[in-house]
Design a protein around this ligand. Structure first.
Ligand SMILES: [Zn+2]
Length: 389
């Protein structure tokens, strides 16, 4: 008897009735990972998946993710009682040719959240990864990965808004100049890694503390965010930012910073050299506002600096952006030379596959071929890193 064929991707999300969850995966339906989200999201307008990425495969991949760590519960206890899969367990082979990855830079990921996965980093097709640090405890892991695989890992250090409430606010200028220990440690990490960026930092208008079900205090997030932006500007480091449902506040913070920096030289530049909006979810109006940011100060040296709007980059992941019905419109609103790709995954084993999905998402929105998308976003990423003019 011929083996039953796995259901193939047919351009829309199949119902669970038509494609019953296989035995062994049942009971894990509440498990969340970026690829499972893509599978279960019936309203997505996007033909995201390649021929090779059929539903069966997604479910198997999900089963693997669930054995390590749900990708959206950053910082939650890991499921240590279950054996993590070895890289060879995973049969999700990216369907794009290795050549397509020759320019690829994953500009936002969190593989240190799954330390067991880190060893696959040297084998990834994706050329380089910007590995985010989100809290003091994982900064040494990020630093360790960058020191072990310097050709592959670009470290980023920052305090994520979901962890900001654990850390005291820095004193204001009138209160004194002693920085709290976390900010001192962050400064030391950046000093010891001259190529490191600042990230992941930002503000989140909806995330809640799971233990109390309360929103993270927003004013405190703003203070912590501003302090890190100022540090990045002072140390001339680019930043990776998380902004959810508070883009108006983001624009206000950037305008305030621009207004405060009244000096006339590059050393007085109040903004970091380049700013990346990760898994960008702002409206078209916000995109326009960010791109048209100008310094209110005039001066000969200041005029030679890149305008604030020209420093903005926007990265897209299939896991977050692919879930939104506004994804196409959002990506199209971003100029071609500012679009970046990111996996936003918390497991290094998924990086190549998630980059492939991000590439397909941007290609669909921009009307580019996969090759054009890979090449353009790779070039943009090098410019974001300051490697190309
Ligand atoms: Zn992130």
């Amino acid at each position: 008897m011929a083996a039953k064929q796995a259901p193939r991707w047919q351009g829309r999300f199949p119902s669970r009735r038509a494609n019953p969850v296989p035995r062994g995966v049942q009971g894990q339906e509440s498990h969340i990972c970026s690829r499972r989200f893509l599978f279960t999201r019936k309203s997505s307008p996007l033909p995201l998946f390649s021929e090779a990425t059929n539903c069966q495969l997604l479910l198997r991949l999900c089963q693997r993710c669930s054995r390590t760590q749900p990708t959206t519960s950053r910082g939650s206890p890991r499921m240590m009682d279950q054996k993590p899969p070895s890289p060879t367990d995973c049969d999700h082979v990216p369907s794009l040719s290795p050549a397509t990855y020759s320019d690829s830079i994953d500009v936002h990921c969190h593989p240190t959240d799954t330390p067991d996965s880190l060893n696959v980093i040297p084998t990834l097709r994706t050329q380089r990864l910007l590995v985010m640090g989100t809290r003091e405890e994982d900064w040494p892991l990020v630093a360790g990965a960058a020191e072990k695989w310097p050709e592959k890992v670009i470290p980023c250090f920052g305090l994520h808004p979901w962890f900001a409430h654990h850390c005291p606010a820095p004193p204001s200028a009138s209160e004194g100049s002693t920085h709290p220990p976390w900010l001192q440690t962050l400064t030391v990490q950046l000093e010891s890694h001259p190529t490191a960026l600042v990230g992941e930092i930002g503000i989140d208008g909806i995330a809640k503390d799971r233990t109390t079900d309360a929103r993270y205090p927003f004013e405190h997030q703003l203070v912590i965010f501003r302090a890190q932006l100022q540090l990045a500007a002072r140390m001339r480091r680019s930043v990776s930012m998380h902004t959810v449902r508070c883009h108006g506040h983001l624009v206000d913070v950037l305008r305030e910073m621009l207004a405060s920096g009244g000096g006339d030289g590059a050393e007085d530049d109040p903004l970091p050299p380049r700013l990346k909006h990760h898994s960008y979810s702002g409206s078209t109006e916000t995109t326009r506002a960010l791109l048209s940011l100008r310094s209110p100060h005039r001066g000969r040296k200041r005029a030679s600096l890149p305008t604030p709007g020209s420093r903005m980059y926007f990265s897209f992941s299939a896991g977050v952006n692919g879930r939104s019905p506004k994804a196409m419109e959002r990506i199209r609103a971003v100029p071609d030379d500012r679009v970046l790709l990111e996996s936003d995954t918390h497991d290094a084993r998924i990086v190549d596959a998630a980059m492939e999905d991000a590439c397909r998402l941007v290609a669909a929105a921009k009307g580019w071929t996969i090759e054009e998308t890979a090449e353009t976003t790779g070039r943009n990423a090098r410019r974001f890193l300051g490697e190309e003019g």
